[in-house]
Design a protein around this ligand. Structure first.
Ligand SMILES: [Zn+2]
Ligand SMILES: [Zn+2]
Length: 345
């Protein structure tokens, strides 16, 4: 499914020579890895309005946090708790569960995570998963939708503003997100492009309504309305922006800055700062080395909060199985293969 032409504003004529324009490069690209061209399918350049407009609008709305009247400590706490709660819908839900199937859980919990992910306004499950699987299939190559080896801004958020003509097509869904679209809920989300936006707006209204309703009997109507507003500004706008930039940092910073435990075929890095704010996702070189594994911690000090939470959910009976490291999977596969020989009975 591609964005309609109404979403696109043509700003660059087609390239009649058919040759690639000069490759842009990161200032430190010689040290960090070969510079790559952005995907050919993003040329000629056309702004993708369905992403650019909401991303721009929510960044502007986030500036309301600078207005003192919208400040409340409750709003700040709701924001910080929300960064982890809703952020885990992306990290645990979209990434480790849907994109990599690194653990199995109750269906109601999977749908709960996706419901929370819709409140992050990142993408539908099929779009997010397809984009991420393409990233793994073509990491830091020209086909990578968001390699920061094009340049840092492109890898972080620039790629979202430009239409990529092969990214969300029927054939890319067939190849990269067929399993996701088998779920009727995810298919329903995919059918109409306005549905994710509506869900995000509804949850924004819910934050305002609940905040106002709680504060009304305590402080009266005027104070209650300002309090409801503070929950929207901090608990929704600022939190949405923080979750966006944390997710985007995994795409950008962890392919540029940090150390490598494994000599993988791309420029992935382990970045402690991103790992800290993204509940473990910053150990990205470890993840590229073994994408199927639920844990991204390969050293004792590489804290992976998401994996710890998945293990806790397993103790609670919500998670049924967790994919272990590659070495353990190989040993288990070998044991299964040899089992009939060892125990012919
Ligand atoms: Zn990566
Ligand atoms: Zn991944």
């Amino acid at each position: 499914m591609q964005a309609s032409c109404a979403d696109c504003i043509q700003i660059e004529p087609p390239n009649p020579t058919g040759k690639d324009p000069p490759i842009s490069s990161h200032p430190n690209s010689a040290l960090l890895g070969q510079a790559v061209a952005r995907p050919a399918s993003t040329r000629p350049t056309a702004v993708l309005g369905r992403y650019a407009v909401p991303i721009g609008a929510i960044h502007l709305l986030g500036l309301l946090c600078l207005v003192p009247a919208f400040f409340s400590w409750t709003g700040v706490v709701v924001c910080l708790v929300g960064v982890h709660l809703f952020g885990q819908a992306i990290t645990m839900g979209y990434h480790r569960l849907l994109a990599h199937r690194s653990f199995e859980c109750a269906k109601w919990f999977e749908h709960l995570l996706v419901g929370l992910a819709m409140c992050c306004f990142e993408d539908t499950p099929a779009r997010w998963v397809a984009t991420h699987r393409i990233h793994h299939a073509h990491s830091d190559e020209e086909e990578d939708p968001h390699s920061p080896l094009v340049d840092l801004f492109w890898g972080h958020m620039g790629w979202l503003f430009i239409r990529n003509r092969t990214l969300h097509t029927t054939s890319s869904y067939e190849k990269y997100a067929r399993d996701i679209l088998r779920d009727p809920f995810y298919f329903w989300l995919e059918r109409r492009s306005w549905r994710p936006a509506l869900l995000w707006l509804l949850h924004t209204v819910a934050f305002f309504a609940v905040g106002t309703a709680i504060a009304w009997p305590l402080w009266g109507p005027v104070e209650a309305l300002w309090f409801g507003g503070s929950l929207v500004v901090w608990g929704v706008f600022v939190r949405t922006l923080l979750v966006w930039h944390i997710t985007w940092s995994v795409n950008s910073l962890t392919h540029l800055f940090g150390y490598r435990n494994h000599q993988t075929q791309e420029n992935s890095r382990n970045n402690w700062l991103v790992a800290l704010v993204a509940a473990g996702e910053g150990w990205h070189n470890n993840h590229h080395h073994d994408p199927a594994c639920c844990s991204v911690s390969h050293r004792w000090w590489e804290l992976d909060v998401t994996h710890l939470e998945v293990k806790l959910l397993q103790r609670l009976g919500i998670v049924h199985s967790i994919v272990p490291r590659r070495e353990i999977r190989r040993t288990e596969a070998l044991q299964r293969a040899l089992a009939p020989e060892l125990d012919p009975a």
